[in-house]
Design a protein around this ligand. Structure first.
Ligand code: ASP
Length: 439
């Protein structure tokens, strides 16, 4: 058995957190490859080291003095070194960083130092080998992640290594420059390493006890999901769920490796298992609820549109020509609605509308803004009768007017469009009916 374990920023924010992490790793010999984030927040008022690095580098780029800011970053690491009584010194590293900042090594280089230094400390503390991600995680010159080359390099580099710490979040471009994933990208590195070493499990340690059924900012103390499939999580995360970086599923999915979300501050909790497929039913008919505000609907009306070959394509072309992606496409016999993100659409509205007129000659176009989408997701919905009925009854009782309904053809999700102001009420009503009262 081989486990890849990734620890997030809050799990590695201080010496006390490092001690917890070491205890978790040492309690299981199968935890062989550790992927580390940069130090995160120690409390809610704190600043992540990644943000400090971005701020500091911005000064360097403008040619301004940045010594005070860099010293504050060094102090964050020194606090960890002192707290753990390590004999390591990072002063040479900080001299190199200062020189590279002055030479304008780039924003990605700056941010990458957060995980680089933290991983060095963690490796020293654990007595594991430090393996730099720059050696093996690679990007194409276009900036796109090079999945296959990376997989070969990571597999080859770690083949003979027994225990290692690898910094998350970055790799390198063909020109040797550091390149990062988007924010929260250490989750992706963990998944890449798990795939390459063919791990039995990818443990992702964070500060919550798993994936929650609904957003805790809307639902007070929501339940933890015990098992969720990749597909369900994907549906939820594109609708704003953020326990794991959206792209972190893809590398492990190739090998069908399960992800186990765990809590560093509560290691005894089983957390959430994210799996390729499962015969385990979810505790409730639904697995999770997520959603987002800020959508616009563009509805076209045209008599006999159903008989007009290519009508749909021409509608979508108007959006494509303006570089706007669409979210959903509910349609009726003589109507078709395109749901788009309001912020993407707003400033291109006039162009899209004229393109629609030119390409499709509709009888009318109606635009409605300030809509929210709620996604109710669950593999259990496929075999359960009446799920949609219960959702809409709950919404009606909560006085929420449903503007749009879209059930994905895999019967894995039901998407409901409501007004922005009804968003929270809608989520509460659905949570209540399925989870709190288990109806
Ligand atoms: N440190 C990076 C960030 O704050 C990456 C990560 O922690 O996953 O986004």
């Amino acid at each position: 058995m081989k486990k890849v374990v990734k620890f997030g920023g809050s799990s590695l924010a201080s010496a006390a957190q490092f001690a917890k992490v070491a205890q978790i790793i040492k309690s299981d010999k199968q935890r062989k490859f550790v992927v580390a984030s940069a130090p995160g927040k120690r409390n809610s008022a704190d600043t992540k080291v990644t943000d400090m690095l971005y701020g500091c580098y911005a000064l360097a780029e403008e040619g301004k003095a940045f010594d005070k800011e860099l010293a504050a970053i060094e102090a964050r690491y020194q606090e960890i070194i002192d707290g753990l009584e390590l004999t390591v010194s990072l002063s040479e590293d900080f001299k190199t960083i200062a020189d590279n900042f002055k030479a304008k090594a780039g924003k990605d280089y700056a941010a990458s130092r957060g995980e680089f230094l933290n991983s060095k400390l963690l490796a020293a503390y654990l007595g594991f080998e430090f393996v730099d991600a720059a050696e093996m995680i690679c990007f194409k010159q276009s900036g796109e992640f090079n999945a296959e080359k990376t997989n070969e390099l990571v597999a080859a580099r770690l083949e003979k290594v027994e225990y290692a710490v690898i910094p998350g979040f970055y790799g390198s471009s063909p020109d040797g420059k550091a390149k990062t994933f988007s924010r929260g990208g250490s989750d992706i590195t963990g998944s890449i390493v798990a795939r390459a070493v063919r791990a039995d499990v990818y443990e992702n340690w964070t500060d919550v006890s798993g994936v929650l059924v609904a957003d805790p900012r809307i639902i007070n103390d929501p339940e933890v999901i015990d098992v969720i499939t990749y597909k369900e999580l994907r549906e939820l995360s594109y609708m704003g769920f953020s326990v794991l970086h959206e792209d972190a599923i893809f590398p492990v999915r190739v090998e069908g490796i399960p992800i186990n979300i765990r809590n560093t501050n509560d290691p005894a909790a089983e957390g959430t298992w994210i799996v390729a497929s499962t015969c385990q039913k979810s505790k409730y008919t639904i697995t999770g609820i997520a959603g987002k505000k800020g959508f616009c609907s563009v509805t076209l009306e045209k008599d006999m549109m159903n008989a007009e070959v290519g009508f749909g394509r021409r509608v979508l072309q108007a959006f494509e020509d303006n570089d706007i992606s669409f979210e959903h496409l509910p349609s009726g016999i003589d109507t078709m609605t395109v749901l788009v993100h309001q912020d993407e659409f707003m400033h291109k509205e006039a162009n899209v509308v004229s393109a629609l007129h030119r390409l499709t000659h509709p009888d009318g176009i109606e635009i409605e803004s300030d809509l929210a989408l709620v996604a109710v997701v669950g593999r259990g919905m496929k075999s359960a009768r009446g799920t949609a009925g219960r959702i809409f009854a709950a919404l009606a009782h909560a006085n929420v007017n449903v503007k749009m309904i879209d059930q994905g053809s895999s019967e894995l999700n039901i998407i409901i469009g409501v007004r922005n102001e009804d968003f929270e009420v809608a989520i509460k009503a659905i949570y209540d009916i399925f989870v709190s009262s288990r109806l």
